[in-house]
Write a protein of this length. Structure first.
Length: 310
């Protein structure tokens, strides 16, 4: 029987490029190492923050392989590598799942196709995910992110139906719907079907509702603080955890306003000293020099300073 990823907090890692948009291997390695040292349970390669849709199949395999090899080299063999394998056809998605296993991923995270939106009935969505899960050599998770699937927002009934498949072992809910998360956590134990919040602004709320944890973009910047919040929760220090969660709410919002993926790369480059701010079009790069004086970046400065102190 396929196993779900363990509880904890995971990061949909950004992928660094050189100025010519080739993979920046030293920066990718530096980022993987800092995240692992920050205590992440696992690294999601080619989640939405990893620019999966902008990569060739060869680049996708290389990014997964490089992440796994870097973790192993520095003694982080217990840190999972999950691969985003979503594509616009069932055939390609199946191939990406096979590629992910060959490159060292333990689980696949699959988006619902969105090109032919008018044909994506519930029946067709369920058929797609089941066919992918049937063919995947590694356990599969459902990635629900309306913002990148043309507004498709899988409800709890649909996800419950998919969870009955023996090779579908979890979901990442970037919709931010705590009611949906809570309905799912009360139907399945995390050991069978792990439900993860997809945003840091609901990290603690999800834990209190029974989630297995979170897979969130803000961890790219603040892995140690996410570890701290998770530890406070596990120790039952909820009021202290809530104070940190309050700061995450503002930080999550600020990161999006600064520029999303481009903003994260700019912040990492400026504050942690590695990587370029290069993104592949049509995404827009953010100049690190413009961060100082940005009112949203000001909401992050206190947390970045605290991250560096840990």
């Amino acid at each position: 029987m396929s196993s779900a990823p363990p509880p904890g907090f995971y990061v949909p890692a950004v992928l660094f490029f050189q100025e010519n948009e080739d993979l920046d291997i030293p920066a990718i390695q530096a980022h993987v190492l800092r995240l692992a040292q920050g205590g992440v349970t696992g690294i999601l390669v080619q989640g939405s923050n990893g620019e999966a849709q902008h990569l060739s199949h060869e680049e996708r395999k290389e990014a997964i392989r490089l992440t796994r090899e870097t973790l192993d080299k520095y003694g982080f063999r217990n840190v999972l590598v999950i691969a985003g394998t979503g594509a616009q056809s069932t055939r390609e998605t199946k191939k990406l799942c096979v590629d992910a296993k060959e490159a060292g991923a333990s689980h696949a995270l699959v988006l619902t196709p969105s090109t032919w939106l008018a044909q994506m009935s519930i029946e067709n969505i369920v058929r797609f995910h089941r066919e992918v899960a049937d063919a995947s050599p590694i356990p599969v998770m459902i990635y629900n992110f309306p913002g990148v699937t043309a507004g498709q927002d899988l409800d709890s009934d649909t996800i419950t139906t998919l969870a009955e498949h023996p090779n579908i072992v979890g979901t990442k809910l970037s919709c931010g719907n705590i009611g949906k998360l809570h309905r799912l956590t009360t139907r399945f134990p995390s050991s069978k079907f792990a439900v993860f919040a997809g945003r840091s602004d609901v990290f603690l709320h999800g834990l209190l509702s029974g989630s297995a944890g979170a897979i969130t973009a803000l961890v790219n910047i603040l892995p140690k603080l996410h570890r701290q919040l998770h530890k406070l929760y596990e120790e039952g220090r909820i009021s202290e955890a809530m104070k940190l969660q309050e700061k995450f709410c503002h930080a999550d919002w600020a990161t999006g306003r600064i520029g999303g993926i481009g903003g994260i790369k700019a912040i990492v480059s400026k504050d942690f000293g590695y990587g370029h701010n290069v993104v592949r079009g049509p995404l827009k790069a953010v100049d690190p020099a413009t961060l100082q004086g940005n009112k949203y970046y000001a909401d992050l400065e206190e947390l970045i300073a605290l991250e560096k102190s840990l």
